[in-house]
Design a protein around this ligand. Structure first.
Ligand SMILES: [Zn+2]
Length: 250
C-alpha cells in the first residue's frame, strides 16, 4: 500500500476516535441538565406538599383559637348564671350558651376534617421527600460516573492528539490539506474503504476502472460521488459472512 495512503487511514482512525470522544463529552451537559431537572421536579413536589401541610396547620391553629375564644365566652356565661335574677335572663343566657356550643361543635368538626387532611398531606410529603432523596442519590451517582467518563475521555483525547502529531509528518502537506478539506465538508470522514466495488461512506458503485485502480492501493483516488479518499481491503480468504455494511454517510 502507498505509504501516504496508510498514513491517511491511520490519521482518519485517530480523528474518528477523537470525534467520538468529543461528541460524548459534548453530550454530557445535556445529560447533566436532565439530572438537574429530575431533581428540581422532585423538589417542586416536596415544596408543594410542604405548602399544603403548612396551610393545613395554619388553618387548624386559627380554628383552635376560635374554639378557645368560644370556651372563654362560655366560661363567662357560666359565671353569669349565678348572678341571673329572672327566668327571661336565664333563658337568654341559655340561648347564648347553645349558640356558642353549636358554633364550637361546627369548628371542632372542621378541625377534625383538617386533621384527617393533615394525615394524607403528611404522608404525601413523606413520600415526596423519599423520592427526592432517591433522585438526589441517583443524580449524584450518575454525575460521579459521568465525571469519571469525562476524565477518561479527556485522557483519551490527549493521547489521540499526541498520536496525531506523531502521524502527520508522514503525510505530504498537500495531501494533509486535501484531507482537512474533505473532513470539513464530509462530516469528519475523509477516507473510506471500498468494499465489493462500493464506497462504504456514500454507498455509490464505483466505475470499473476506478475500482481496479483502488484495488491496487498505490495511489490517492477520490470516490466518484463523495470525493472521499478510497482504499481497498481484501476480503478474508475463507467464506466467513461479511460484516453488515455501515449506514451511508453522505
Ligand atoms: Zn463515496
Amino acid at each position: 500500500m502507498l505509504e501516504a495512503l496508510t498514513s491517511l487511514i491511520a490519521l482518519q482512525a485517530l480523528d474518528t476516535s477523537a470525534d467520538a470522544a468529543r461528541r460524548r463529552i459534548d453530550d454530557m451537559p445535556v445529560a447533566e441538565r436532565a439530572l438537574d431537572a429530575a431533581v428540581a421536579a422532585a423538589k417542586a413536589v416536596v415544596d408543594e406538599a410542604k405548602t399544603k401541610v403548612e396551610a393545613n396547620g395554619a388553618a387548624r391553629r386559627t380554628l383552635e383559637k376560635d374554639v378557645a375564644t368560644i370556651d372563654g365566652r362560655m366560661a363567662k356565661f357560666e359565671e353569669h348564671k349565678a348572678a341571673v335574677k329572672t327566668n327571661q335572663e336565664f333563658q337568654a343566657l341559655n340561648h347564648e350558651i347553645e349558640v356558642a356550643q353549636t358554633t364550637k361543635s361546627a369548628l371542632e368538626d372542621q378541625i377534625l376534617a383538617l386533621m384527617d387532611e393533615a394525615d394524607s398531606f403528611n404522608s404525601a410529603l413523606k413520600d415526596a421527600e423519599g423520592v427526592l432523596v432517591d433522585r438526589r442519590l441517583a443524580s449524584d451517582a450518575d454525575r460521579a460516573a459521568m465525571n469519571v467518563d469525562r476524565r477518561a475521555l479527556e485522557a483519551e483525547l490527549a493521547q489521540l492528539a499526541s498520536q496525531r502529531s506523531a502521524a502527520t509528518p508522514a503525510v505530504p502537506a498537500e495531501m494533509l490539506a486535501k484531507y482537512g478539506q474533505i473532513v470539513k465538508s464530509r462530516k469528519g470522514l475523509a477516507v473510506a474503504a471500498m468494499v465489493a466495488g462500493h464506497c462504504t461512506a456514500c454507498h455509490v458503485r464505483l466505475r470499473p476502472h476506478i475500482e481496479q485502480q483502488v484495488r491496487r492501493n498505490d495511489s490517492i483516488l477520490p470516490c466518484d460521488s463523495c470525493q472521499r479518499i478510497l482504499y481497498y481491503v481484501a476480503p478474508p480468504a475463507h467464506n466467513a459472512p461479511a460484516d453488515p455494511a455501515p449506514a451511508a454517510i453522505i
